[in-house]
Design a protein around this ligand. Structure first.
Ligand code: MLT
Length: 207
């Protein structure tokens, strides 16, 4: 594994032991979520990579065939690549690799969920805004020490409620402690999402 993190990224040192891994949505970049997550946790270090896949010029974390239809080979490859990047970045910047919590939105939440399922040791927890089931792994990982908060939109035109429930059930069947919250919102984030995710992160404690 290369020690040099090989994604375009931002790293912002923190004053607690926690590192938030920020994963933007389609068309975003490494700077997008930084102001938002400062409202979630003002003390954590931030590691924010830019997705390497371009869809009509828009950065993403993995390829898709159509909206909600994923290229599973690419997803698996990109998930491993991202997990390796997080491990390399922990060595490079000197943050604790066992205290990383992902904060992902849409495409970023989907690759975070994929990391939970395929590379479960990468994340201590995850805040997933507008996530779907990225894939169903051949065997379930042990997520019994992982806490996940899922923020769904009750009027999301892209992600039906049943899809959110499927993700909750998949993660719970792997042993994860999952909190699900429906905001009265669409695919975009609402204030309610931010406030409830912030309160959940506070309860998770600052390592
Ligand atoms: C995805 O491709 O990950 C989902 O369709 C969400 C999106 O990016 O629009």
């Amino acid at each position: 594994m290369s020690l040099q993190p090989d994604f375009i990224h931002e790293f912002v040192p923190g004053t607690s032991n926690r590192t938030l891994l920020l994963l933007h949505g389609t068309g975003g970049n490494e700077r997008d979520l930084i102001p938002l997550v400062r409202g979630l946790d003002s003390r954590a270090a931030l590691l924010s990579p830019r997705g390497k896949v371009l869809e009509n010029g828009m950065p993403r974390f993995f390829r898709r065939v159509a909206e909600g239809v994923f290229d599973l080979d690419d997803l698996k490859k990109r998930t491993n690549e991202l997990a390796d990047f997080v491990a390399a970045a922990a060595q490079h910047y000197g943050f604790a690799s066992d205290k990383v919590v992902a904060v992902g939105y849409s495409n970023g939440a989907n690759i975070a969920a994929s990391m939970l399922l395929l590379r479960p040791k990468t994340l201590r927890g995850a805040v997933l805004f507008r996530a779907m089931v990225p894939l169903v792994p051949e065997s379930l990982p042990d997520l019994s020490s992982v806490c996940v908060w899922i923020g769904a939109g009750s009027e999301d035109p892209i992600i039906p409620t049943s899809e959110t429930q499927r993700l909750v059930e998949l993660l719970r069947s792997a042993g994860a402690d999952v909190t699900i919250r429906f905001a009265r919102a669409g695919h975009g984030l609402s204030n309610d999402d931010i406030i409830t995710a912030r309160d959940w992160l506070k309860k998770l404690g600052t390592p």
